[in-house]
Design a protein around this ligand. Structure first.
Ligand code: GRF
Length: 202
């Protein structure tokens, strides 16, 4: 399975995927890592792993459509079969999604549909939930609204700060994202409308 990753930031989820792949637990080919931020540390992690990188900074394009088109062309040239978003901080336009034929997955640090969007951990703390976690889902036109593939929970403690909760959630993100990609690569993830079924022993 030819996969590409888009990331805007430090790339710890990318790192977790790379490590699984280096340990031969992930039967995929990382054909590229791209970013909308030239200085994203995720790009450094990719380069260190020998994966080709590309940057698509906003400043390099007359408008958002052209920036997206450049990303889409790059992915097409790579013959991508699965696009993984790992801390990619932009929502794709409906045009982008209509033009692409491969599935796109994302990871979000809350139990969706609770707390979509930015600062999910802060939203969870402010709401006062006792359990939070992370969600891997297919990407659709909405903000963190696509069909859910897998979720993992963590407890929320009274003394939690945004950072302590984020750190606890990140640990489970690093476990379930590689797991989901492995299941997709094995053809075990089946999407029927909003429902996603995982066939673990087929
Ligand atoms: C993660 O919390 C992920 O759930 C969210 O953005 C963050 C990215 O972290 N979408 P990293 O760049 O993978 O370290």
């Amino acid at each position: 399975l030819r996969v590409a990753v888009l990331a805007s930031g430090r790339g710890t989820n990318l790192q977790a995927l790379i490590e699984e792949w280096q340990n031969s637990f992930l039967p995929v080919e990382f054909v590229g890592v791209g970013s909308d931020k030239t200085d994203a540390y995720a790009l450094v992690r990719a380069q260190e792993a020998g994966i080709p990188t590309a940057a698509f900074p906003k400043e390099g394009y007359p408008n958002r459509e052209e920036q997206e088109k450049a990303i889409r062309d790059w992915l097409e040239d790579l013959n991508v079969q699965l696009l993984i978003l790992a801390g990619y901080m932009k929502v794709f336009s409906p045009v982008f999604l209509k033009e692409v034929s491969y599935p796109i997955v994302n990871i979000h640090p809350s139990l969706l549909p609770s707390f979509p969007g930015l600062h999910a951990q802060k939203q969870a703390l402010e709401y006062g939930v006792k359990i939070s976690g992370c969600t891997v889902h297919f990407v659709d036109e909405g903000m963190d609204s696509g069909p859910i593939i897998m979720q993992e929970t963590v407890p929320v403690f009274d003394e939690d700060t945004e950072d302590s909760l984020a750190e606890r959630i990140l640990k489970v993100e690093h476990e379930i994202y590689p797991e989901v990609i492995r299941l997709i690569a094995a053809g075990k993830v089946h999407r029927r409308g909003r429902k996603v079924h995982i066939h673990r022993d087929s």
